[in-house]
Design a protein around this ligand. Sequence first.
Ligand code: PRP
Ligand code: URA
Length: 207
Amino acid sequence: MALHIIDHPLVLHKLSLMRDKETSTMKFRELLQEISMLMGYEITRDMPLTYEPIETPLMPMNAPKIAGKKVVVVPILRAGLGMIDGLTRLIPSARIGHIGLYRDEETCLPVFYYYKMPANKDRMVILTDPMLATGGSACDAISRLKKDGFKHIKMMCLVASPQGVKAVSEQHPDVDIYLAALDEGLNDKNYILPGLGDAGDRIFGTK
Ligand code: PRP
Ligand code: URA
């Protein structure tokens, strides 16, 4: 497993605005989209290229174009939805799957409720969820994708705890994790510290 922390100054600045409890729902959503686009630039860095002949107004050339397998972006509902617009602006041909999971408030264990993916299992999957806390939701989502036959999976989060990263790397060592920040830990309710609170509630204004 490789852990990529995308600590670009623009990402860190926007993340600090998101962490601020005074930031409005509208601004929070906008910032998450912007960061997702910046992170998408890194997460797609190893996409293979092919060379095709074209003619510029001045001469012929072999021009690089994205080759190989198409991408499927898969948000873990609900909060992962906030990251897909930024990614699909960069990869307009991406397909979109959905995995529905919520964390039970008492046990903090993930409860599965929805799964819909495109048929082609060869596609590279970018699984999105802003928060990697205990790692339970991410691990279950990845297991579900693997059971369905998907093999090339990358996990894109905004903020993670060390416990979440450890859980994913132990259960799914083949999955690379991309983060904007690795935070200090979890509180007694398994919220990330310092974190940014409940990502779903802040994106959708449900609290
Ligand atoms: C949040 C978050 C992750 C999960 C992380 O979702 O978006 O999916 O918790 O926690 P874990 O790593 O301990 O599993 P939540 O359950 O609040 O659902 P929501 O997005 O529908 O609000
Ligand atoms: N889910 C969230 O939305 N935030 C956390 O800090 C942990 C889980």
